[in-house]
Design a protein around this ligand. Sequence first.
Ligand SMILES: CC(C)(COP(=O)(O)OP(=O)(O)OC[C@H]1O[C@@H](n2cnc3c(N)ncnc32)[C@H](O)[C@@H]1OP(=O)(O)O)[C@@H](O)C(=O)NCCC(=O)NCCS
Length: 128
Amino acid sequence: MTKVCMTKDIGVHGNLFGGIMLSWIDEAAVAMSNRICKTPNMVTRKMTEILFERPVKVGYSINIYGKPVTMGNTSLALNIEARRYNVYTEQEDVVCKTTIVFVRIDEDGNKIPIAGEVKRRFDEGKLG
Ligand SMILES: CC(C)(COP(=O)(O)OP(=O)(O)OC[C@H]1O[C@@H](n2cnc3c(N)ncnc32)[C@H](O)[C@@H]1OP(=O)(O)O)[C@@H](O)C(=O)NCCC(=O)NCCS
């Protein structure tokens, strides 16, 4: 997913507000999680420590990348990396990274197993 940092996204110090970045990361990651698990019902269970390594200013593009790492009975963990992108040089610099765990839920909000076919293909290395 790619976002552009706009003036509405800036905090009091002229940098992208951290909470906005977290929501972008969560949005990009849940979309990937839903795609991999073939359901729109994945919820965020855990986000690991996140360090903001470089500032993001108005006009910067942010590219968010994801990679699945583990899949359990009901959960999927993704490594997520956000990089700021310089349109002039095409250089990317890591802004922050984290690992997010998503859990599949039913219509009542209870955890349920990821579909057997999805899990089988993941375990065979054919997903992601
Ligand atoms: C998601 C939810 C239904 C899980 O219900 P639960 O009965 O507590 O189930 P658990 O969290 O114990 O287990 C579910 C999965 O999460 C995994 N999990 C739980 N805590 C974890 C942790 N700290 N690290 C890694 N994985 C974890 C479990 O291993 C399990 O995965 P598995 O079945 O693949 O082995 C419930 O916690 C919930 O509704 N949370 C709120 C979700 C939400 O609203 N998110 C939006 C952000 S506020």
